[in-house]
Design a protein around this ligand. Sequence first.
Ligand SMILES: Nc1nc2c(ncn2[C@@H]2O[C@H](COP(=O)(O)OP(=O)(O)OP(=O)(O)O)[C@@H](O)[C@H]2O)c(=O)[nH]1
Ligand SMILES: [Mg+2]
Length: 384
Amino acid sequence: MPDKSRKPEWTPENAGEEFNASVRPGATSNIRSSTSSDAELPPLPELTVAEYRAGVLACDRTLLARAITLIESNLPRQAALARELVQQLLPRSGNSIRIGITGVPGAGKSSFIEVLGNRLLERGHKLAVLAVDPSSSRSYGSILGDKTRMATIARHPDCFIRPSPSGGTLGGVSRKTRETILLCEAAGFDVILVETVGVGQSEIAVRALVDFFLLLTLTGAGDELQGFKKGVMELADAVLVHKADGDNRQLAATVRSDCERILHYFAPATTGWQTPVLVASSLENSGIAEFWEVVELFRKTTTASDVFAARRGEQLHDWMHSLVWEQLQEEFHRHPQVEQQLPELERAVAAGELTATEAASRLINAFRVVRPDPPHPDRNLEQR
Ligand SMILES: Nc1nc2c(ncn2[C@@H]2O[C@H](COP(=O)(O)OP(=O)(O)OP(=O)(O)O)[C@@H](O)[C@H]2O)c(=O)[nH]1
Ligand SMILES: [Mg+2]
């Protein structure tokens, strides 16, 4: 309702009441200033699962980002809301190709994603780029670096970039990434790229999340050794010799045949698929189209043989089991009887006073003692 007491400073001559204005309090802003700390800001209003769901399905980027933040939260109440949201969105997920990209730090993963991403966006794909990196080595600077490496796609309306969830164990980070993938798919993103630094166990975790796994390797001295790490090559559906430009071009051809020779000894990472070795340069935009042709051929071949769907099924099956183990492990370590007996049993085993079998059996028996009030994350939610 217009408030007659408020007149704008300027109105046309003989203006009627329609020019009177009312002033309302502003909506709570979602935009957080980089100079103020979170502690100073009022919390955003809580949303219901239905509101999150509608926002994600409408591909409202603010709500998608908030839904992902919900998934990344470690608070029990948020976790219960997130579980419900993911369950509701599950039927709308799955319609994408999920690609993992690994390589040593500086292999050019982000630059490759930028060039490939531009190509895909030009062709009408909707692209989500996620990162998995549980290592604390990743500084704020390198995340900023990613943003500049992926500057063009970051500004594109059909591209959504989400850095790695901060902190937490590898298991936690990959669970959050898995659920983030489902949300992005429900929002309509049809190509999901997951970048991971090729150190530690993160490649194995990402392999378990994706349909297609790409290893970027380099020609430079010393890098071959890292790229050739047997374990990682065995997981790859394609190996790509990157930065094949300038003086590196010749060397790239040599590295390519070396890789082919090594791959010859491995069982293929995907049944019925021969892992190819490609050569590309993001700097010169060469080999990128060829890479995408390989992905499309992979999708066609594995869909026809049903390997594509079978892998996704297996991944879900394994995921369920790992969630059970994680939860049990957590409960085991939190159990008061276990907590009480563990230090002494560890000492006795290490000192050779007790066999490991006997100690394990005592701990399991201690764990089986039912606690009067086991904490349950859903309890508060159910009682609301
Ligand atoms: N010559 C050449 N340099 C490249 C190419 N692609 C990337 N670079 C350079 O390699 C460096 C690392 O690139 P990034 O894309 O940040 O590499 P990254 O693998 O994402 O690095 P992290 O995220 O830190 O692991 C940058 O200085 C790039 O400019 C390429 O095709 N050729
Ligand atoms: Mg990067």
